[in-house]
Structures are given as structure tokens and as C-alpha cells.
Design a protein. Structure first.
Length: 414
């Protein structure tokens, strides 16, 4: 009887809806709002973090006052709206997230997230900035602090002043970041192997270094604490979060000398395996990048990695393939089916009607998509990892490899 009663209560709980974060439609953000999230950390000793947190928060409050005006916590905004279903009274995310009017155009529509990340003998102090208007204008900048220096600052109650100065330097760098909007390429970065504990720190710090290196050339979707971003979007549904069309997967591997108990210093050699998948089918591409990298401490106290030349070359090719100003082109013909070098990532959808540019008699519509398993290449020998299949319903005799297509603007009666 007891087991039946327990099953009945569990069954009822499953049937009940999960509590919603808010009413349908959510809340609206002001046009020039800036959102500052709570501190995010990785690879930091928990007991030390408890000691350092008040000074970290002091520095964050200074940044809030520096880049916003009339800021309120997210919990205050929700309570003022009259809808309390968003908030749990014990949830620090709502009470620590601040939203205010941006001081200046640059930080308008931005989500700012401060990070403290430990790796080997250093702490990485990073600022992540994401544009919630586009969903993919992502920026990151950082400075590095030796762990001994950082702990001395905490001990002497000087961390807040020190971090505030470093943040001003970081914010200045973020203001200079520019974006390439001529390509649809948007990249995500995943971590395949993680380390734990204060000694080795977190491999997430190394991902930050890769992001900072590659962001100068390519657009990334928002990184950082994805859970916080998801919770923000539940409250403010109009926040844009772009989907990536290429995903990097990195497995970091420490060389044996780093695991033998020796003192960790900078620079350190480290190796990684990197695989890349497309964001449409989620399939791994055939290339696997394996190489050794070394940390390099720059004059401006930033840790960087080596050039990652092969990875940069790969994404430069992908950016060209996904260029906005290039129309879909036939790279392979199989009867009435033609394979295009553009697909879902470029913006083609099932049943889209296309018409030939060189020969207007050639017309067709999209019937499907292919992935890297087709092993197709364009006329220049570049691999095409995902594209669309068009069924040619008119002008099949004039169909040729190399022909390009545009959207058919013909309006048909309904």
C-alpha cells in the first residue's frame, strides 16, 4: 500500500507543470539597457573564494556605477512589474544581477559578465560582453594575476582597488572591438575535458584564451555561464541568442611534467585535440587538429596562445563559404537534383524557390540538405561541409555546374 501511495504522489508530481519564471510575453528591456551579471568562477578554491568574494563584489559594484546609471537589481525590476512568479527569495542570481541605462553608446544592449578563472599558477580576470540585440556579437578581454599576488591583495584588503584598475583597462579594450557582418559564420566553443581543484585550475581558462585570439577575426555566439543567459531570456524573451553554424570542441591535455608535482610556472606547454562540427547536422567534420601550445605572457599582462594557424585558415575558408554577398552555386549534379554550396547555415529553407542567375529558365525548389558525408568540394577544391539540394523542375537541359541561384520573386496565386 505504501509503495502504491508513493507511486501515486510521484505520478501526480510528474503531471503537474514546472513553475514558470514569468507570464507569457515576459518583461521588456529599455532600449539602451546594460545588464551586469554576478561573478562567475572556475578553478578557484572554495574556501579562498568565500574570503575574496566581498572584495570581488566591491569591484563589480564600481563597474556597475561606471557603465550604467539608475541601475536596479533584477529582483527589484520583477517586483516592480507586479509579477513575482519569476523570483525565488533565496536566488542570488536575481538579487545580484543589475540592469541600468548605459552610460554611452558602446555598452547599450550589452550583457556584461565578470569572470575569475584559475589555471596553474595564475588567475585570469576576464570580462565577457555579449550583444543581446544581435545574439552573436561576443567580446572577451582579460588580464592575468599570479596567484600569490592575488592572495596578497585579498589578505591586505586591496583587491577591490586593484581589480577596478584592471577592469578599466579591459573595458577600454572591449570598446575597440569590431565585427565582420559580411559573413553568416557564427562559432561556438565547447570544452571536452575539464580539470578540477585549485592546483591545476580549470581548462575553461584555456578556452578563454582561444576565444580572445580568434575573436579578432571571427564572430562567436555568447559564451560564459549559459545557465544565467537562459534565465535572463526567460525573463526577457526578446533577448537574442544566435545559434552557431560551426562548433569547436577542445580537449586540453597537460604534458606529464605538469602532473608530476613540480612547481607550476608560466610559460607552460600544453597540448590539445580539437574537432569541429557543423551546427546544422551536429556532425563532426573530418579534420582533427592536434598541436602543442605554450602560454605567452605579453607586455600587457595577458596570457595568449600561439597562432593556431591551421584553425584560423579553416575558419577563414568557412567565412568565405558563408559570405552574405555570395549566392548559392551548383557544385554537383545528380539527374534533376543539384547540390548547392550553401545550406541551412546560409539561410536556405525547405521549399524555398530559386531561379538561375545565368540562365533564368533554370528554376527549382529546395527539397533537402546534405552534410560532410557527401565529401563535396567546390571548383577551388574547398570542402563544402553542408549545403542544400535543389530539385530542378524547369530548364534541366541548361543546368551546369557553377551556375548560381537567387530567390525566385514570382508571386503565385493562393
Amino acid at each position: 500500500m505504501l509503495s502504491i501511495r508513493i507511486f501515486f504522489h510521484v505520478f501526480i508530481l510528474i503531471l503537474l507543470p514546472f513553475p514558470a519564471f514569468g507570464k507569457e510575453g515576459g518583461l521588456e528591456l529599455q532600449e539602451n539597457s546594460t545588464i551586469i551579471l554576478p561573478w562567475a568562477t572556475a578553478g578557484i578554491d572554495t574556501h579562498f573564494l568565500v574570503e575574496a568574494r566581498p572584495q570581488l563584489e566591491e569591484a563589480r559594484i564600481r563597474i556597475i556605477k561606471n557603465i550604467t546609471q539608475n541601475s536596479q537589481t533584477l529582483s527589484e525590476i520583477i517586483q516592480a512589474s507586479g509579477d513575482k512568479t519569476y523570483i525565488s527569495p533565496h536566488d542570488d542570481f536575481f538579487t545580484a544581477t543589475h540592469i541600468g541605462a548605459s552610460r554611452g553608446e558602446h555598452f547599450s544592449k550589452q550583457i556584461i559578465e565578470p569572470w575569475l578563472c584559475g589555471s596553474d599558477n595564475i588567475y585570469i580576470l576576464a570580462m565577457i560582453e555579449s550583444d543581446y540585440g544581435t545574439g552573436y556579437h561576443f567580446k572577451i578581454d582579460h588580464v592575468s594575476i599570479l596567484k600569490e599576488t592575488f592572495k596578497d591583495l585579498v589578505k591586505n584588503n586591496k583587491l577591490g582597488d586593484d581589480i577596478n584598475g584592471r577592469f578599466q583597462h579591459i573595458l577600454s579594450n572591449l570598446r575597440t572591438r569590431r565585427f565582420d557582418d559580411q559573413t553568416i559564420l557564427k562559432i561556438d566553443l565547447n570544452l571536452l575535458s575539464e580539470t578540477h581543484g585549485d592546483r591545476l585550475g580549470s581548462n575553461l581558462c584555456l578556452n578563454f584564451l582561444v576565444l580572445q585570439l580568434l575573436q579578432e577575426k571571427f564572430n562567436f555566439v555568447p559564451q560564459g555561464d549559459r545557465e544565467n543567459l537562459a534565465r535572463l531570456k526567460q525573463v526577457f524573451p526578446k533577448i537574442q541568442v544566435a545559434r552557431p553554424n560551426r562548433v569547436m570542441h577542445i580537449e586540453w591535455r597537460r604534458v606529464p611534467t605538469l602532473l608530476s608535482g613540480q612547481t607550476l610556472t608560466t610559460p607552460n606547454e600544453i597540448s590539445f585535440n580539437m574537432r569541429i562540427s557543423d551546427g546544422v547536422f551536429g556532425r563532426y567534420l573530418p579534420e582533427i587538429y592536434r598541436q602543442k601550445e605554450s602560454f605567452k605572457l605579453s607586455d600587457r599582462n595577458n596570457l595568449t596562445l600561439n597562432h593556431l594557424a591551421e584553425v584560423i585558415q579553416f575558419f577563414e575558408n568557412e567565412a568565405q563559404v558563408l559570405a552574405k554577398n555570395q549566392n548559392p552555386k551548383i557544385i554537383h549534379i545528380n539527374g534533376a537534383w543539384a547540390y548547392l554550396d550553401k545550406g541551412r547555415a546560409w539561410g536556405l529553407n525547405p521549399l524555398d524557390r530559386l531561379v538561375g542567375n545565368e540562365v533564368s529558365k533554370v528554376k527549382g525548389h529546395i527539397i533537402g540538405f546534405y552534410g560532410p558525408e557527401k565529401k563535396l568540394k567546390d571548383a577551388n577544391g574547398k570542402s563544402i561541409y553542408e549545403g542544400a539540394i535543389i530539385f530542378i523542375r524547369q530548364g534541366l537541359a541548361e543546368l551546369r555546374v557553377g551556375q548560381t541561384f537567387s530567390y525566385d520573386q514570382t508571386q503565385y496565386p493562393r
